[in-house]
Design a binder for this molecule. Structure first.
Ligand SMILES: Cc1cc2nc3c(=O)[nH]c(=O)nc-3n(C[C@H](O)[C@H](O)[C@H](O)COP(=O)(O)OP(=O)(O)OC[C@H]3O[C@@H](n4cnc5c(N)ncnc54)[C@H](O)[C@@H]3O)c2cc1C
Length: 394
């Protein structure tokens, strides 16, 4: 699909630009520009601001409180926010469980949870992975046993991002033993304040606290928190994993902006008597990354269009996931390369609290955190398997 920008789209971009100018704080912008992840306060602030403007859920249809924007508008919105150095919206409520509740949830669940996702009154975490059940997710062992009008949940989740901030978790649990590993899995919405839930932090390569272990001991979950039908959780969960790739499809403009930060750094760094940006070898690497990013953006747009038209885009979501993660890692490497010896300043990354970070640590943090993109949301090896199955029927 082509990028036809007319007067209407230009007016739309101006509107988004003006909104960003009015609502983004200098502090938030400087965090994004320096490669740091937004703080939870940034995310909540930004989501609330967008919600007040009626843009809380750019990718949702209007009937459930979204904008009903076209893929092109979604792309332009993301482009303008990225160019204004705004943060990405936090996706676990908005892009993962929200659309599943809208599609399969009860009327009561839709009426209660969807507005709270839009207003950021709930912070959601994703309780899928477990020890021994990551790529092979269907091997999950966390069990929910029916006891009157509750399920009693016991088990352990692993790598649960931002569970330390979450008020709610969407969680895959085993409610029965079917003929296959996939049968008998259900999707529950669990209030993180329920007695019996314990969250233990895990520090990642960047010495930050993004992920956790979550232990569930006799956690009583009301039956009305089951999404859809008991035992059908696997099919909802799979839709949700496809949504994760849909999110990736919209991230091209953000990465393009990050390449601009690398270019700015290369302009400021000298190599001998000239700026690094003048170096042919470095320029070639930047140009190659830019070309590949443009291709990624175009693939992303086609995938967004397919998703909105309910057209199966085949393995394109997996292809985008692989290319996006590889390019993100390459851009991170170029940033660190551009910094050269200056990188030694980043040896100390802070004690894990966002307030303790030296602002100059950003590119190194981005580089280290970038390693995760080829692991989460289904590792790249698994995406290769999906592509070969879908394309070659293997
Ligand atoms: C920072 C971070 C955040 C995360 N956030 C969340 C979250 O919020 N919620 C959540 O539920 N999960 C989350 N995850 C978990 C993530 O989805 C899993 O780590 C991922 O699915 C891989 O599973 P695993 O770690 O168990 O590795 P394994 O599945 O044990 O895989 C180990 C290695 O073997 C390869 N491999 C495995 N099976 C195959 C195969 N069949 N063919 C080829 N290669 C294979 C993998 O690609 C990988 O390289 C997060 C992970 C990280 C690192």
């Amino acid at each position: 699909m082509s990028l036809q920008i007319g007067a209407e789209e230009e007016a739309f971009c101006r509107e988004v630009r003006a909104f960003c100018q009015e609502n983004l704080t200098e502090e938030m912008k400087s965090r994004v520009r320096s490669g740091q992840r937004p703080t939870v306060a940034d995310w909540v602030y930004w989501q609330k601001a967008l919600h007040r403007r009626g843009w809380g859920a750019p990718s949702w249809p209007k009937e459930v409180g979204g904008t009903g924007w076209s893929p092109l508008q979604l792309h332009l919105f993301e482009q303008e926010v990225s160019r204004a150095d705004g943060p990405q919206q936090f996706h676990q409520g908005l892009e993962l469980i929200g659309p599943i509740i809208a599609a399969y949830g009860s009327e009561a669940q839709k009426a209660y949870y969807l507005p709270r996702i839009l207003s950021s009154d709930d912070w959601w975490c994703q309780g899928y992975s477990e020890p021994g059940a990551g790529s092979d997710l269907a091997s999950l062992r966390t069990r929910a046993v029916r006891d009157g009008d509750h399920y009693v949940v016991n088990g352990q989740k692993l790598w649960t991002s931002y569970a330390q901030h979450a008020s709610m978790m969407f969680c895959l649990v085993r409610t029965g033993n079917g003929p296959s590993k996939q049968a008998g899995i259900s999707l529950l919405l669990i209030d993180m304040a329920t007695p019996g839930i314990r969250v233990r932090p895990i520090r990642t390569l960047d010495e930050q606290h993004h992920v956790n272990e979550v232990f569930l001991d006799d956690v009583r979950v009301p039956v009305e928190n089951l999404v859809g039908e008991e035992g059908k959780g696997w099919s909802y969960g799979k839709v949700l994993l496809d949504r994760e790739r849909f999110v990736t499809a919209s991230l091209g403009p953000r990465l393009m902006r990050q390449l601009q930060y690398v270019r700015n750094t290369a302009e400021a760094m000298s190599q001998g008597d000239r700026a690094l940006l003048e170096d042919h070898g470095f320029r070639r690497k930047l140009a190659q990354a830019e070309i590949e990013l443009m291709t990624l953006e175009s693939m992303g747009l086609r995938t967004l269009q397919d998703a909105m038209d309910n057209v199966d885009s085949g393995p394109r979501g997996s292809m985008i996931k692989i290319r996006w993660s590889e390019l993100l890692q390459r851009v991170g490497e170029l940033w660190v390369e551009a910094l050269g010896d200056e990188v030694s300043k980043f040896a100390r990354l802070g004690d894990g609290s966002p307030n303790d970070l030296p602002t100059t640590a950003g590119p190194m943090l981005a580089y280290l955190h970038g390693r995760v993109t080829s692991i989460y949301g289904g590792s790249n090896e698994i995406q290769h398997n999906i592509i070969s199955r879908r394309l070659l029927g293997l």
